[in-house]
Ligand binder design. Structure first.
Ligand SMILES: Cc1cc2nc3c(=O)[nH]c(=O)nc-3n(C[C@H](O)[C@H](O)[C@H](O)COP(=O)(O)O)c2cc1C
Length: 214
């Protein structure tokens, strides 16, 4: 209310519902929680999810097929649906089609995809939440990146998560897009229609990965 936000906001309504429900329960009155029962995941949904999860590969070769804007938006939206510390929603993007800015991403360790998705963070979002551990900030971008590569595969694209190779590279992008200081450029993902499916690189076994189990 102090910040002038509307009480019509779904989050406000939901919080009001919770507060009212708590009051009712305290008074021994019944509360209808049926809209919030756990969502059912069918066997088919589970299998499809794990297929996408395991068959996603880092693909570094792409065809010339044009990627429709709607698919790019779908993939970017997936990044925004990632888990996010205190849900401060710091994630921002820059989308660059290689054909529109040829060479802007030169210097990458791979030839690069037809569409570059740069993951940024608006660091002002963290000012409101000074109690959030600093390391969570980078994890927020990582969570978005993982959703992005998974969603790209689920949407029929392939992609590879990439690293800014040096300062000159990231400065070039910062300058091009006139990014203010409060925008952090974290990483980028190249996507497009894949021209290969690499052999899956070896993974640790769960047994090796679990250092303790009580
Ligand atoms: C943070 C991060 C940075 C990465 N940077 C690069 C990179 O600079 N160049 C590259 O070819 N692949 C990069 N990758 C992709 C990894 O090499 C790849 O995910 C890993 O080898 C496992 O293969 P998979 O993705 O096919 O399962 C990166 C992945 C992550 C998560």
């Amino acid at each position: 209310v102090k910040r002038g936000l509307s009480q019509e906001l779904p989050e406000y309504q939901y919080a009001s519902f919770l507060v009212q429900s708590a009051d009712k329960l305290s008074n021994g009155e019944p509360v209808d929680l049926s809209p919030y029962v756990p969502k059912t995941v069918t066997k088919e949904m589970e299998e499809n999810f794990f297929t996408i999860l395991k068959e996603r590969r880092s693909v570094r070769e792409f065809t010339d097929q044009e990627v429709p804007d709607e698919i790019i938006d779908k993939v970017l939206e997936a990044g925004l649906w990632a888990a996010h510390g205190c849900n401060v929603q710091s994630i921002k993007y820059i989308v660059v089609r290689e054909k529109n800015e040829p060479g802007l991403f030169k210097g990458s360790d791979v030839p690069g995809g037809p569409v570059h998705l740069v993951i940024l963070q608006d660091m002002r979002c963290y000012k409101a939440n000074s109690f959030t551990p600093v390391r969570n900030q980078l994890l927020d971008a990582g969570a978005a990146g993982q959703n992005i590569v998974l969603a790209a595969h689920a949407a029929g694209l392939e992609g590879v998560w990439l690293t800014f190779p040096n300062q000159e590279f990231s400065d070039r992008l910062r300058k091009k897009f006139e990014l203010p200081d409060y925008i952090r450029m974290v990483t980028y993902v190249d996507v497009g229609y894949g021209d290969q499916t690499p052999h899956p690189p070896l993974r640790s076994s769960v047994e090796d990965a679990v250092l303790a189990k009580y």
